[in-house]
Design a protein around this ligand. Structure first.
Ligand code: ZN
Length: 315
């Protein structure tokens, strides 16, 4: 059986789409790597952010549901999404947030590493984890942020679970994660290998009751190398009694979904074909992309979507 090498993407429900673009591109310096629609609800955007190449392990995606209520992150959810930055980058980020009048918490230590917690404008809980060695700078361009302080990838996701031991068993026994630490009721699991985004933290109660809505994570996707490996995962997960979907074509990857024992929706997504499937690397995220089966409805879909503007480089 293969092992999971880490997080592929994290998808969340967002507030207004322009606010979303302004925050993730303009303030955090991620790249908008795909502008498409929710294939299950083509009247709403599906926005994908990531590094310049749109690599698995860097992809944060949003469904901006304008008529959704504000959600509350809590039990049975991913309650924090954490990014990796360089060791000495938190001062840069704190002054950047202060200049933009964004609130953030005082940095705290976790497993011996500084963590800066803050929220997106719609309330999504985010963290910067300052652990990368200095000089580990991205080779590709980063918008808005100096390369040495840029967000590199996900570091981890924190799941808040009533009985974390059941989720831990799935991650360890089936996915191949290993327990690497425990601190203040937080169990840290890590995938083998040297990919990005290898860490999952599990927190137990007490926790707030959760409510799905904008500002909450909808699901977490893990990586499968290819379709063959995904098929093996599908069989492995089904054989343990999980109710797993058929393989769905998400255009830029193929996906299966199931709910883990603590209630978080898990997806296993293939690395290929990736975001250059329908536009060149240099112009990723520029035009509205639709899958072939929605292309005949393009005019109607575009009428229902607000125009989005990428923030211009001010500095
Ligand atoms: Zn997904």
């Amino acid at each position: 059986m293969p092992t999971i090498s880490g997080i592929h993407h994290i998808s969340a429900i967002a507030g207004p789409p322009q606010q979303n673009v302004d925050f993730y591109v303009g303030l955090l310096g991620l790249r908008l790597v795909k502008k498409t629609v929710n294939f299950d609800d083509p009247g709403t955007y599906h926005l994908y952010y990531g590094d310049y190449l749109g690599q698995p392990g860097t992809l944060l995606t949003f469904f901006p549901w304008s008529d959704s209520l504000k959600g509350r992150s809590g039990l049975g959810m991913a309650t924090a999404t954490a990014f990796s930055v360089s060791k000495d980058s938190l001062d840069f980020w704190m002054s950047r947030f202060a200049d933009a009048a964004y609130e953030f918490q005082a940095p705290a230590e976790r497993f011996g590493v500084p963590v800066l917690a803050f929220e997106a404008p719609d309330g999504l809980p985010l963290e910067l984890i300052a652990h990368l060695p200095d000089g580990d700078v991205p080779r590709a361009p980063v918008p808005h942020v100096p390369a040495e302080h840029a967000i590199r990838s996900f570091h981890s996701a924190t799941l808040t679970i009533a009985q974390p031991e059941n989720t831990a068993r799935l991650l360890i026994d089936t996915f191949g994660y290993a327990e690497v630490g425990e601190e203040d009721g937080r169990l840290r699991l890590q995938a083998p290998g040297d990919a990005h985004a290898t860490v999952i933290d599990l927190l137990g109660p007490p926790a707030e009751r959760s409510r799905m809505g904008y500002g909450t994570v909808h699901h977490i996707a893990f990586r499968a190398k290819d379709e063959e490996e995904q098929q093996a995962w599908r069989e492995a997960v089904a054989s343990q009694g999980y109710n797993v979907t058929a393989i769905l074509d998400r255009q830029y990857f193929r996906s299966i979904y199931f709910r883990e024992p603590g209630g978080v929706l898990f997806e296993i997504a293939t690395d290929p074909p990736g975001f250059t499937k329908d536009e060149p690397l240099e112009t990723l995220g520029t035009d509205l992309k639709l899958p072939p089966w929605l292309e005949p409805q393009r005019e109607r879909i575009e009428l229902r979507l607000l125009d989005l503007h990428l923030p211009t480089e001010a500095s």
